[in-house]
Write a protein that binds this ligand. Structure first.
Ligand code: ADP
Ligand code: ASP
Ligand code: MG
Length: 410
């Protein structure tokens, strides 16, 4: 008996007709004799509206009440899909996060799943009933509803697949797989048949929102057999996320991502002595802000230098306030920030074994007159910070330079 988890994103359940379409997809697997558990998102746009309501009532909203509000979208789609399945003759029932239960920590708005109690879901599956579970939500030990961060239904689905030891976890979305770059951004983007967990993890964390980063982390940890497929195709093939050993023809570069959620902070006139960096980054750690790219040059006179680093745009205010409050201790002459920047990254396991990738990247950017403001690297990625206006040009130029463009058919 094959056990499958199917997850349907917002555009896949955007209206009643699409929910009926999803029900047919679930029925197709059910009719093959498989045990099927389903995870759904809210209808496209609904979570955004709910977030806006919270902000409009008070920009200083209580994050736990935000969770109470934004988790409601998924409850609607679970019920509607259960009804649609029943009307096709497939026994089904809806589950909210607390009914499963999906137990999370208390970090409202960005909770992490601790455990999922499998018994109720397994009982359903064994009786031939399709459980339709609300993605994106859980419950903490105080019984309060939590949400897992935007895009969190992917994580609900992978966690469920891990706990249920599912043979497969299929993520149904509005594109037919994982592409070399966002296909809405670059028309020539090419679909990847396979991509490694590691690459997918980097791509997700560097801006490819097709899968939530945490979902890939969990898939990698629990070796979940993960696929990204289209909701709008018959018999979709999609992209398989798998181990490196399961890919015969590896690409040097698998993907290019971009992220606009970047803010650059520059501290001018800092002393070029030991302990200054520690004071700066302690300030960031205490403010709970993640620092990403860091640039510091040697001072020409051995006394004063500038330090530049990036933080998520959403944390900029917090970061600046924290630095300003430590102006004396850190010692700097001025504090500047800029949100007009974007991080563009190349990702590929081939970087481990191939040289010259960085050189080729910088050449491609310089040929378009694009200035690199900061750089960060890991074993399988290179990221550059550039002016936001150049985002599209940079991604296209790199896509072409690394021969990722789709070959024209015919
Ligand atoms: P869902 O609502 O189904 O969860 P999302 O909007 O969260 O869908 O994710 C799918 C979107 O991710 C696509 O519409 C696409 O624009 C975007 N995307 C970004 N990078 C990539 C990529 N490398 N491959 C495929 N899709 C990508
Ligand atoms: N509905 C939630 C969101 O829009 C969760 C998801 O779609 O994965 O972020
Ligand atoms: Mg999503």
């Amino acid at each position: 008996m094959t056990r499958i988890v199917q997850k349907f994103g917002g555009t896949s359940v955007a209206d009643v007709d699409r929910i009926k379409n999803v029900a047919r997809k679930v029925k197709a697997e059910y009719d093959k004799g498989h045990q099927v558990a389903v995870v759904v998102s809210a209808m496209a746009g609904v979570t955004n509206s709910l977030v806006r309501y919270c902000q409009d009532v008070s920009p200083d909203y209580d994050a736990r009440e935000y969770d109470a509000v934004v988790s409601t979208g998924e409850q609607v789609t679970t019920g509607l899909l259960a009804i649609a399945l029943q009307s096709l003759g497939v026994p089904a029932r809806s589950f909210t996060g607390w009914q499963v239960p999906v137990l999370t920590d208390k970090a409202a708005g960005k909770a992490r799943i601790d455990t999922i109690e499998p018994d109720r879901l397994k009982a359903c599956l064994e009786k031939g009933i399709v459980p339709v579970v609300a993605g994106f939500q859980g419950v903490d030990e105080d019984g309060r509803t939590t949400t897992l961060g935007r895009g969190g239904s992917d994580t609900s689905a992978v966690a469920l697949a891990a706990v249920l030891k599912a043979d497969r976890c299929d993520i149904y979305t509005d594109v037919d797989g994982v592409y070399t770059t966002d296909p809405r951004f670059v028309k020539n983007a090419r679909k990847l048949d396979r991509v490694t967990y590691e690459e997918m993890l980097e791509m997700a964390s560097l801006g490819a929102k097709v899968l939530q980063t945490r979902s890939v982390e969990l898939a990698m940890k629990y070796r979940v057999n993960l696929r990204v497929v289209s909701s709008f195709e018959e018999n979709p093939v999609g992209t398989i996320i798998c181990d490196e050993d399961d890919i015969v023809e590896k690409e040097i570069i698998s993907g290019i991502t971009y992220s606009r959620d970047e803010a650059k902070i520059t501290l001018a006139g800092v002393r070029d002595t030991p302990g200054v960096s520690a004071a700066v980054f302690d300030a960031m750690a205490e403010a709970n802000v993640c620092v990403d790219m860091i640039v510091q040059t040697d001072s020409s006179d051995g006394k004063l230098t500038d330090m530049t680093f990036t933080v998520p745009q959403t944390d900029l205010k917090k970061a600046l306030a924290s630095l300003e409050s430590r102006r004396e201790r850190i010692g700097f002459s001025s504090l500047m920030s800029d949100t007009d920047c974007v991080k563009v990254s190349l990702v590929g396991v081939g970087m481990r074994t191939h040289t010259g990738i960085a050189g080729k990247m910088f050449k491609a950017l310089s040929e378009k007159g694009i200035n690199v403001q900061a750089i960060a690297t890991s074993e399988i990625k290179i990221s550059v910070l550039i002016a936001e206006d150049y985002a599209e040009l940079a991604v296209r130029a790199l896509h072409a330079a690394f021969h990722l463009d789709r070959k024209e058919e015919g």
